[in-house]
Each structure stands twice: as C-alpha cells, then as structure tokens.
Design a protein around this ligand. Structure first.
Ligand code: PEP
Length: 252
C-alpha cells in the first residue's frame, strides 16, 4: 500500500498575519513542478484567515493547532470545529506535547478533541510520544500504546486520522530519533491500528514523525517503511527549509 507523504508545518506561536501570509506565498512560489506530497501549514488561530487567503490557488492546505470538543458555549479561550471549518481549515493538530506539558492536556481531552474533529470532517493529526524520562525508564511502548488507544476511543473510521509520533525529547532540541528508533515506534503504532481497526485500514493511515526533522535528516527518516511524512516545527518557519522538506517528501 502506498500512502501519500504528508509534510506538515506546526508554526506554534510564531508569525503575525502579514508574516504568515508572506511565508505561505514564498513556499507556494517555490514549489517544484511535478509530483508533490500533501502539504499542510498550521498557524496560530488568529492568523488563519490571512494564511488561508494567501494559500488560495496553491497546493497548500491550512490546519489549526488545537480545537475544542463542544459545539459552542462557556469555554473561554477555546475554538470550535465549526469556527475552524468556517475559516477554511481542513486539518487540526490535537494532543501536541506542548499542550500536554504546559496546558494540562490529558489522554481524555485529546480523545474528546480528536473525536470532535473527525466527526466534523476535519483531519485530526493526533500527536503521541514519550518523554526522555519515560524512554530511559523503558516505558516508551507502554506510553505509545496508552496514548494511541485512548486518543482513538469512539472513532470508528480512520479516513480522517493521521498519527504523529513525536518523542518529546526530540522536539525543538535538535535531537532526532534515529530512523531505526522512529521506525520501531511507527511499526508499533501501525500494529495498534491493525489491532483496533484491522490490517487493511491500518495500512491506509499516515504516521508522521516529528522532532527536529530538517532537510538533512528527512530523507533517511522518510525512507523508512512506516514513516509517512513529518510534523515539523522549527524548520517549517523558513521557506527554504520547508521547501527542502517538501522536496524530500516528493522524493521519498
Ligand atoms: C513539533 O513541535 O511538532 C516539532 C516537531 O517541533 P521541531 O520540529 O521544532 O522539533
């Protein structure tokens, strides 16, 4: 089964509307001709309209960095699926480790967000990954198993699901999991998907690697059997780097 590579940028809390629009224009203008991977940028909420406008007519899709599960109501600071769809968003990241680490996100709330996203027709990019302490304690497989199964509870169809394996110790640190380390966890995630949904459905799901992915290490990561793209933080903020990652995706 050949899965289309997905190269996704997580901009985090970076770029104003004007800066985000300029970055998207620069990326769109630099895209190579020919076969492209699927390309996604996820800017902060407030800049989504400007980025969607700038991406119009290009191959770039626009995602959000989070979403709430309720349709509306007294949830100060949150944003609903309907608001994202209305703004032209197609994908949403849920369960990013920075949300888990700094904002009290739990396996339970990640599941609620992922379920709401999928039910609304958004693609949920569900992040899982172990901390350094968990890896050193030999708990990686157990953490991945728990996070993945819980995130998917109540989701019956994988068509709108992407999983991102992001070892927390590799995010923004310059440390990358070796391709073999990443592949081992990606294979475990695919086995969990097969257990839950059957082998055929599991084969269709993109599993992205995230954690200091950059042009220099992307080709060998993307060459691995179960690595179907990247969720990229730092290197997604500069057009030349992101374009090099897109090229790596096109050649994978
Ligand atoms: C991320 O935040 O999803 C990420 C992978 O960041 P970085 O590429 O900067 O490590």
């Amino acid at each position: 089964m050949s899965r289309r590579i997905l190269i996704a940028g997580n901009w985090k809390m970076n770029k104003t509307s004007a800066e985000g629009a300029a970055l998207v224009k620069e990326i769109a203008a630099g895209l190579p001709a020919g076969n492209l991977p699927e390309i996604l940028v996820c800017p902060p909420y407030l800049t989504i309209p400007a980025v969607v406008e700038a991406a119009k007519g290009s191959a770039l899709e626009v995602g959000a960095e989070n979403v709430h599960w309720a349709a509306s109501g007294a949830y100060t600071g949150e944003v609903s699926t309907a608001m994202l769809l209305d703004a032209g968003v197609t994908h949403v990241i849920v369960g990013h480790s920075e949300r888990r680490q700094y904002f009290g996100e739990t396996d339970e709330t990640v599941n609620q967000r992922a379920k709401a996203a999928v039910e609304a027709g958004l693609v949920a990019v569900i992040c899982v990954g172990e901390t350094l302490a968990e890896r050193e304690a030999g708990e990686t497989a157990a953490v991945i198993d728990r996070q993945t199964r819980k995130a998917l509870e109540g989701i019956s169809d994988l068509a709108k699901v992407v999983i991102a394996y992001e070892p927390v110790w590799a995010i923004g640190t310059g440390k990358t999991a070796t391709p073999d380390m990443a592949q081992e966890v990606h294979a475990q995630i695919r086995a969990i998907l097969a257990d839950l949904y059957g082998a055929d459905a599991a084969e269709t799901v993109r599993i992205l690697y995230g954690g200091s992915m950059k042009p220099a290490n992307a080709p060998e990561l993307l060459a691995k059997k179960d690595i179907d793209g990247g969720l990229i933080g730092g290197a997604s903020l500069k057009a030349p780097d992101f374009l090099a990652l897109v090229a790596a995706g096109a050649n994978a």
